[in-house]
Design a protein around this ligand. Structure first.
Ligand SMILES: [Zn+2]
Length: 70
């Protein structure tokens, strides 16, 4: 059982653009559960924010997260 956090994906890559969607990462990694590589400088928030963000959440990450977290 790892530590899960949400990490932002930005429009145009990098961290300058607006947030497109949130992914879930595990154990302080930068590759999302769905396989997308995220910028190490991207904003991170607790997985408790899941479902409470203004931006959408990656559907694949959501499905995998629900399966991995009891
Ligand atoms: Zn994802």
């Amino acid at each position: 059982m790892g530590i899960y956090e949400m990490m932002a994906e930005y429009a145009g890559g990098g961290t300058a653009g607006p947030i497109v969607q949130w992914h879930m990462i595990r154990d302080n990694g930068t590759t999302a559960l769905c396989g997308v590589r995220l910028d190490p400088a991207a904003e991170k928030v607790s997985d408790e924010a899941w479902g409470h963000t203004r931006e959408k959440f990656c559907h694949t990450c959501g499905a995998l997260y629900l399966r991995q977290v009891p």
